[in-house]
Design a protein around this ligand. Sequence first.
Ligand code: ATP
Ligand code: MG
Length: 251
Amino acid sequence: MTDSILTLKDVSVTFGSLRAVNSVNLNVSAGQRRAIIGPNGAGKTTLFNAIAGVVPISSGTIQFNNTDMTRFSTSKRASLGIARTFQITNLFPRLTVEENIQLAVRGLSAHKFSMLGSGQPLAQEQESIELALVNSQLISKRSIETKTLSYGEQRQLEMAMALVQNPKLLLLDEPAAGLSPAERVNMADVINALPRDLTLILIEHDMDLALGLVDYVTCLHFGGVLTEGTPAQIRVDSQVEEVYLGKPRHA
Ligand SMILES: Nc1ncnc2c1ncn2[C@@H]1O[C@H](COP(=O)(O)OP(=O)(O)OP(=O)(O)O)[C@@H](O)[C@H]1O
Ligand SMILES: [Mg+2]
């Protein structure tokens, strides 16, 4: 037994001849906040897909809470406590904030209630919805049509739809992508204020934003782990600088 909530051993994902994820080892301890950084096409989203069970891995093992879940379905992994947000926004624009969250609950639940009919969420589901609204900082927007939200608020809503699943591990894929500088600051505040016992893995291109939010960083390059370290170590890492700027530090 370890205090590691997520352990990847030698995980690879191949698409034809492309090794999008190449022998990745990853150890994330419970309650840790981890950033995954790396240039476009480095394999970050594919790694999330492998953890969530959306793409099959071609080799390696994935353990969650000391359970080997390498062969588990996406829904089984979700029921164990893995939730994610997506790089691209995926909401029902004509429904309210709360209705979108209800749909996310309904997708999980054996108890199906009708969104537009008479059925109501169970008390326990409603409790999760309230908590998701609080933690995503959307409580004051609950009755607003989603299409009238700012883009930043839409990304918060996606987070709420993941949080309503009461995850132990939350995977955030570029939560600040496409946001204005002011919205980025707000999103960072929202992420920062998430419950400390929730383990977070965050993909983010904005280095300042990412490094300000996490305890530890993994940099991917061509599908493999280039380097890992604390934000302070990553800030001065010459390999990281090289892959981001495309030139060695002292060139
Ligand atoms: N379903 C797929 N089929 C074939 N190739 C894919 C598939 N998904 C991803 N790839 C390829 O795998 C590589 C890694 O892609 P991935 O989306 O994981 O990168 P990323 O690090 O998330 O990049 P970005 O920062 O641009 O989001 C890329 O070369 C991509 O074109
Ligand atoms: Mg990606």
